[in-house]
Design a binder for this molecule. Structure first.
Ligand SMILES: NC(=O)c1ccc[n+]([C@@H]2O[C@H](COP(=O)([O-])OP(=O)(O)OC[C@H]3O[C@@H](n4cnc5c(N)ncnc54)[C@H](O)[C@@H]3O)[C@@H](O)[C@H]2O)c1
Length: 418
């Protein structure tokens, strides 16, 4: 395999998707017209078969932005249940914070809609299993919004590694490093006024708390009530790829450490975290730093006996190992490189193609669930300060009742999972 083969492979994958029936319309609704929801909306609206029908948000300025993008073709909704009652919608994007993903995805499946649900698929492990069940019971296409799964260069990288192209692989290092010191600030409603914001409907199943703009738009990520920090934010992307490379459903042992040591913004999730995941003969490590970026940002480094692959969104690069006796070392393989194409487009295309073919998408709900579980276990281990043994078949932590209580979460009424 060389650079040329990869480029050709990527081209044929793209042209194949472009050929598939652009005639059948897919009528779509957007639930959660925030930062990522609008990015997804923009990508989908550029696909020839997509017709925008509805936009739902509980924050008026963002609802208006989503409607404007649809150029008058979409109807506004404040309550996603009303949007799901519309018969003229085939598929919905769920772009809300994580604490809503399960409720909305399951309700959408029950309403007969296909779903593109943003990552991380779930807030807690037990939700994901119910989401898989709802998708299967209603025969729905449910794509997790882990766009790296559809990246042609990620697929080529996984194939190269699994075919032994970089030698034996026993260690994968994934991470996210940036300097966010001394912390984050509210991005909306910083004056504390909630005009045009339905806070109760934003909270939904999450515990009732006094309004604080810092907890809501974008920064919900740093609070356990709604999300899981960088572990479930970037971890959901990178650990998904690591798990794909390893070819396993789940790790056997998870051991995490870290905390919110340096950021003083009131957030709860770790700003420094390291988690080791034990797979058969492979250790996957996840590291986060929000305090200092250092030489690299978002990374997946795969260490093979013949070469080390650095796999990022723009592409991958394999640096050969130097092998042989002292003075006669030579590269164990050829240096390789591959450029990536637009991940969002490839992932949206895969979803739309599956909506038509009824095939399982690249980031099928089951895969999204398993990768989210990996992240949740990382956080549970970090918070409890001990290693966890995972029984993937039972989806239970072995011999740790306290850890098992953290696999699910009580919902604030009247919200409950179907
Ligand atoms: N795939 C990616 O690369 C990627 C990138 C960024 C974010 N995300 C994911 O997207 C999700 C949203 O993140 P974000 O950064 O866009 O957050 P955000 O706060 O900017 O947007 C979330 C939106 O959902 C709305 N919302 C909340 N409750 C709602 C309800 N009950 N009904 C309708 N709308 C509701 C909010 O008002 C807000 O407009 C998260 O799960 C995040 O992990 C994925």
């Amino acid at each position: 395999m060389n650079r040329r083969t990869f480029a050709l492979g990527a081209m044929s994958a793209l042209s194949a998707t472009q050929v598939i029936g652009a005639n059948d319309r897919v009528r779509m609704g957007l639930i959660g017209s925030g930062g990522r929801g609008r990015e997804d909306w923009d990508t989908f609206l550029k696909q020839p078969e997509v017709e925008p029908v509805a936009v739902c948000d509980v924050y008026e300025p963002f609802l208006q932005k989503g409607l404007e993008m649809a150029a008058g073709k979409a109807k506004p909704f404040h309550d996603f249940r009303k949007l799901l009652e519309q018969k003229d919608i085939d598929a919905v994007i769920v772009g809300t914070p994580d604490h809503w993903h399960a409720l909305m995805t399951i309700a959408a499946c029950e309403a007969g809609k296909d779903v593109y649900c943003e990552k991380p698929l779930s807030l807690v492990a037990s939700e994901g299993r119910k989401m898989v069940a709802a998708a299967r019971k209603n025969n729905r296409v449910v794509q997790t919004g882990s766009q790296q799964r559809s990246g042609s260069h990620y697929a080529a990288a996984v194939k190269l590694i699994q075919d032994g192209g970089i030698g034996e692989v026993h260690r994968i290092q994934c991470g996210f490093q940036r300097n966010a010191f001394p912390g984050f600030k509210p991005t909306e409603m910083a004056d504390g006024k909630t005009t045009g914001f339905d806070y109760d409907m934003w909270l939904g199943p999450a515990p009732k708390r006094a309004f604080d703009p810092f907890r809501c738009i974008y920064n919900f990520r740093w609070f356990w009530d709604y999300s899981g920090g960088q572990m479930t934010n970037w971890g959901a992307h990178h650990l998904d790829i690591a798990r794909w490379i390893v070819g396993a459903e789940a790790p056997m042992v998870v051991s995490g450490m870290g905390g919110r040591y340096g950021l003083t913004d009131g957030g709860e999730t770790p700003d420094v975290q390291m988690v080791n995941f034990q797979f058969p003969k492979v250790v996957v490590t996840w590291t986060v730093s929000e305090i200092a970026e250092g030489p690299k940002g978002a990374t997946i480094d795969v260490y093979g006996s013949k070469g080390m692959m650095s796999l990022t969104r723009p592409g991958f690069q394999v640096t050969p190992e130097q092998v042989g006796s002292k003075g006669e070392k030579k590269p164990a393989m050829e240096a390789l490189k591959m450029k990536g194409a637009d991940l969002n487009v490839q992932h949206a295309r895969n979803f739309l193609d599956c909506v038509k073919s009824r095939k399982r998408p690249n980031a099928d709900v089951e895969e999204g669930h398993r990768s989210a579980v990996m992240c949740h276990l990382g956080n549970i281990s970090t918070r409890l300060g001990r290693s966890l043994k995972w029984d993937a078949a039972k989806e239970q932590v072995v011999g740790d009742a306290e850890a098992n209580t953290m696999l699910s979460k009580a919902y604030r009424g009247p919200w409950k999972l179907m």
